[in-house]
Design a protein around this ligand. Structure first.
Ligand SMILES: Cc1ncc(COP(=O)(O)O)c(C=O)c1O
Length: 390
C-alpha cells in the first residue's frame, strides 16, 4: 500500500545549502590558520548560545564541550571534590531518561537514585522528588523530556534550596525552550545541552554547559581540558579529561544557532497541526503542553491507549504507510537497564507506564503541512488495523 508515495522519516537533519557553504568557509579559515581547538569559533558558539539562553539577570556563562554527556559529568564534578567528584553522594535522576544522565553521575563518582515522574509532564514532580530524597542526597537532575520544561521546575528548585542540595538541568532536549518566559538552562545551578545529530540543533557532536556561577564556569573550562589550570599550561588541578570541542564542530554549531528560532517555529507549526488532527483519532492523545511552556518540540509526544500495541503500530505505519515514528524518550526506564540494575530500588510505576505507552510522531525542522497530514492519515488507518489493537 502507498509504495509509490515518498516515505516520512522519523527525523531529519537540516542544513540548507547556504549554511553548508558558510560552515565550509569557517572550516577553511580554521584549517588555514591551524586553529583547530578551543579557539575563536568555540568562543563565538559559546557567546551565541549564552545570549539565546539567558538567565533572569542577563546572559549566563556558556562553556562548549564535546558532548552532552561530558557537559553533565563536568557540571557534576564541578559541584563535587576536585579529585573525588561526588564521593559517593546520591543524585536523584528521573528513571525515564537517557542512559547518559545516570552514566554521568556514576562517572563523576556519585550514586544515581532513580525517581518516578508525573505522567502529565514525564518529569520529576515535587512528590516524586520528595519520595526519592534520602540523607545521602547531594543533588537532583531534572530532565526536560522531549523539550518540555515542566511547570514544576520552580517547585523542584525550592525543594532543593530548602534541603541545601543543588539542582542541575539535563537540557539535552531543550534548546530554546522556556517556561514562564524563562529559558531552559536557567533554573538550576547549571545545565547541560547536547548537540548530538538528532537534536533540534547539532554541531555533529558537542555539548554546552550554561551557568550563572562564574566559578563553576571557570572550573568547567579546566575540566574540559585535562584539568589544567590554563589552556597553554599550568598544573593539573582538577580530575579533567579530553572534553574539548573542536573548532570544526564549533563552526557547525555557530551556523545552526542562527537557525534555532526558525527550526522551532517550524516544529511548533507541525505540532499545532498534529494537535488539531489527533482529536479525531481514537486511542491516541497528544501530551498537553501547558500555556506557560514554550516548547521546542524536539519530540512530539502522544500517549497511546493501553489497547494499542506500540510495536505493532510502528510496524504497521512503516510497512503499510512508509511512515517512521521516532525513538521513544524512553522505551525502557533506567532502573530496568541491565548495567544500572545495581542502583534500582523497586518499581516506579508511573514512569514504567509512561515508557510503555507513549510514542513520538515524526517531526523535523523543514517538515511541511502535507507531510504532517500524511502522518495523521496513516495513523488514523493504522490504529484500526488488525493486530494493532490488543
Ligand atoms: C536526556 C539526555 N541526556 C544526555 C544526553 C547525552 O548527550 P550526548 O549524546 O551529546 O552525549 C542525551 C542525548 O543524546 C539525552 O537525550
Amino acid at each position: 500500500m502507498n509504495a509509490e508515495r515518498p516515505g516520512i522519516a522519523a527525523a531529519r537533519i537540516v542544513f540548507p545549502s547556504q549554511d553548508r557553504e558558510e560552515i565550509a568557509a569557517m572550516i577553511e579559515a580554521a584549517l588555514a590558520a591551524g586553529a583547530l581547538t578551543l579557539g575563536a569559533l568555540t568562543e563565538e558558539f559559546e557567546t551565541a548560545f549564552a545570549h539565546r539562553h539567558p538567565g533572569p539577570d542577563g546572559p549566563l556563562h556558556a562553556v562548549a564541550v564535546n558532548s552532552g554527556t561530558a557537559a553533565l559529568e563536568i557540571i557534576l564534578r564541578s559541584l563535587g571534590d576536585p579529585a573525588l567528584g561526588l564521593g559517593g553522594g546520591e543524585v536523584v535522576v528521573p528513571t525515564n531518561t537517557f542512559y547518559a544522565t545516570a552514566g554521568a553521575v556514576v562517572h563523576a563518582g556519585g550514586v544515581p537514585r532513580f525517581a518516578d515522574v508525573d505522567a502529565r509532564t514525564l518529569a520529576l514532580g515535587p512528590a516524586t522528588l520528595e519520595a526519592a530524597l534520602t540523607p545521602r542526597t547531594v543533588g537532583v537532575i531534572a530532565v526536560h523530556i522531549g523539550g518540555l520544561v515542566s511547570p514544576d521546575i520552580n517547585a523542584l528548585k525550592a525543594i532543593c534550596d530548602n534541603r541545601g542540595i543543588w539542582l542541575v538541568e539535563d537540557a539535552a532536549h531543550a534548546h530554546g525552550s522556556r517556561f514562564d518566559g524563562r529559558s531552559a538552562g536557567s533554573f538550576g545551578t547549571a545545565a547541560a545541552f547536547s548537540f548530538y545529530p538528532t537534536k533540534v540543533i547539532t554541531s555533529g557532536e558537542g555539548g554546552m554547559i550554561v551557568t550563572a556561577d562564574e566559578n563553576l564556569s571557570n572550573d568547567a573550562k579546566m575540566y574540559r581540558d585535562q584539568g589544567k589550570s590554563g589552556f597553554l599550561g599550568g598544573d593539573h588541578v582538577r580530575m579533567g579529561y579530553a572534553w574539548r570541542l573542536s573548532e570544526l564542530h564549533a563552526a557547525i554549531g555557530i551556523s545552526q544557532m542562527k537557525r534555532l528560532d526558525e527550526f522551532i517555529s517550524v516544529r511548533q507549526r507541525v505540532a499545532g497541526h498534529y494537535d488539531k488532527a489527533l482529536d479525531s483519532i481514537d486511542g491516541i492523545q497528544a501530551l498537553t503542553v501547558p500555556d506557560a511552556c514554550f516548547m521546542n518540540y524536539y519530540k512530539y509526544l502522544v500517549m497511546l491507549d493501553p489497547s494499542i500495541d506500540r510495536d505493532a503500530l510502528k510496524q504497521e505505519l512503516r510497512e503499510h504507510h512508509r511512515v517512521s515514528l521516532s525513538g521513544e524518550v524512553y522505551a525502557k526506564p533506567l532502573h530496568q537497564q541491565p548495567i544500572l540494575a545495581a542502583f534500582a530500588d523497586g518499581p516506579l510505576p508511573v514512569a514504567e507506564a509512561v515508557c510503555r505507552s507513549h510514542a513520538c510522531l515524526p517531526v523535523f525542522s523543514d517538515m511541511t503541512d502535507a507531510q504532517a497530514d500524511r502522518v495523521v492519515e496513516a495513523l488514523a488507518q493504522a490504529v484500526r488495523a488488525p493486530g494493532v489493537r490488543r
